[in-house]
Design a protein around this ligand. Sequence first.
Ligand code: URA
Length: 224
Amino acid sequence: MHSYISIALDRTPTMTKSEQLEKLKKEMETANLPLMESNLVFGEGNIDSPVVFIGEAPGFNENEQRRPFVGRAGQLLNELIKSVGWKREDVYITNIVKRRPPDNRDPLPEEIETYKPYLARQMEILNPQVIASLGRFSMNYFLPFGKISRDQGKVFEAAGRLIVPLFHPAAALRSTEVLNQLKSSFARLPKIVSGAIKPEADSSIAVDFTARRKKETVPQGSLF
Ligand code: URA
């Protein structure tokens, strides 16, 4: 009885990547998630990009435009992406919490918890080689014991992917020192993607988020 059913379920992705993402987005639009008074900002960019950037939560502009990182922090992120020879549309950008917390407050732990499994599913579909987390909230998803000032810019490995925690661009707008460190860490990204820079940090603090996701309870929606 292990059987045909589980084999059929394991084979689900007869859907294309973009169909799977669209399905996940639709689920998120109707699921009873926190912050429902705000718009869903699902994420955007090249779905085949080897690198995905993950921020914290949408702000005012992102909520208005339903697009991630389109305010001041987004402008800096665009400049940083350009500075390494990439274009914004070459990469994929999203957030751990996909709706705006009121008054741009930090997302609450329970909001992060509720949105986490959706991020895991989004990463499974996108299947990027490198995940660059922006700020401590998204870093902590991959590195629960990570410390942003100690670990930013280091290359970790988790669930077959490289995780590179970076400072949040909003923090870099407030401090020249943070900005300089963010620029230096960003400059290494192309070599991390090409494999010229290998995981160098103690990956025992990284979490196999794919395995963890399987234990999390998340509405899967209908598979067919
Ligand atoms: N800050 C974030 O973390 N995400 C956005 O989309 C915008 C600002």
